[in-house]
Design a protein around this ligand. Sequence first.
Ligand SMILES: NC(=O)c1ccc[n+]([C@@H]2O[C@H](COP(=O)([O-])OP(=O)(O)OC[C@H]3O[C@@H](n4cnc5c(N)ncnc54)[C@H](OP(=O)(O)O)[C@@H]3O)[C@@H](O)[C@H]2O)c1
Length: 259
Amino acid sequence: MNTSLKDKWVFITGASAGFGAEGAVHFAREGAHLVIGARRVDRLEAVAAQCQEAGAASVHFHELDVACTANVNACVAWLKELTPQLDVLVNNAGGAHGTDTVAEGKDADWEAMVQSNFLGLMRVTRACLPLMMENAGSTIINIGSIAGRVAYEGGSVYCGVKAAEKQITQSLRLELNGTGVRVGTLDPGLAETEFSIVRFKGDQSKSDKVYEGLDPLVAEDIAEAMIWMATRPPHVCIDEILIKCTAQAAVHKTHRVTD
Ligand SMILES: NC(=O)c1ccc[n+]([C@@H]2O[C@H](COP(=O)([O-])OP(=O)(O)OC[C@H]3O[C@@H](n4cnc5c(N)ncnc54)[C@H](OP(=O)(O)O)[C@@H]3O)[C@@H](O)[C@H]2O)c1
């Protein structure tokens, strides 16, 4: 029997855009209670309104910067006031900054990627685990990437932190064995969100080139996978999923149709 998400409590980090925002709306359609966090509170407010409209049992948003332990702990302390039990945690906050080679890399970009994708996931998970440990059938979904599986030029730190995400997920899977708490990694390939705009520091034309001549994944594709992972029956744990658009056979092999 599938697990119903109706009236379940779902916390999504990085829910102001992309996969996180779309995931929130999808969980809302299932009748879940949504708790969403990110740094841009005005954007969260708009996503919260969409969730309410979509049928969420309730929606709550809070400023969250996963790069800061005190901020994460304050957000999760506020969450604990809402509910003593969390059913789904989606560790989604993150992204890439720059495409420099190792030789040309900038400290600020490296630090931002390590702080959000790697340490942020650790901080949020540590803070939320007490709300999940006694809750067999609850689910942690970590958003990884194809980049965590295969390295590419100009991706050293991003590939590194996403490879770390994969290892953290596997460590957690071992540590949680016997509790009934499930954990898995959901690894997208090329997907058109604000990801490339952020990576190229607002340069729209560079971002557009990433998706030129092919049909990339969209946020909805990943949101649907989140719902599928979280609604498996309690004895089923989806350890890992890799999703790529059809045109992306591998990191270095995409089929593009250009005039
Ligand atoms: N799009 C792709 O091609 C792709 C492929 C594989 C994996 N991914 C991964 O998927 C996840 C979501 O990315 P996306 O594609 O949806 O990109 P996006 O549209 O840029 O969304 C990224 C989200 O992460 C949040 N975020 C970033 N740093 C944060 C921080 N320090 N604290 C809290 N929230 C933070 C952003 O919110 P604020 O800026 O408001 O804080 C935003 O809501 C990321 O982990 C990314 O690495 C993306």
